[in-house]
Design a protein around this ligand. Structure first.
Ligand SMILES: [Zn+2]
Length: 65
């Protein structure tokens, strides 16, 4: 089952055919072929900020610091 990559909750609401919204941390996920392809944070004014660099970076070592 799909989990939020940020807070790991299953509490995701479907907002489009391939789009889900996390009620835990207010980010929007776009899926491609059943995998998360894009992640956006929804700002208070409704704009979307890409979080792809944070969660979809090919290197998993970026947390070490
Ligand atoms: Zn979340």
């Amino acid at each position: 089952m799909l989990r939020c990559p940020n807070c790991n909750t299953h509490d995701l609401g479907k907002v489009g055919s391939n789009q889900f919204y996390c009620w835990g941390c207010f980010i929007e996920l776009t899926l491609e072929n059943g995998k998360v392809a894009s992640i956006y944070q929804v700002e208070e004014d409704g704009t979307l900020s890409s979080l792809n660099d944070l969660f979809l970076d090919s290197s998993q070592d970026s947390l070490s610091m």
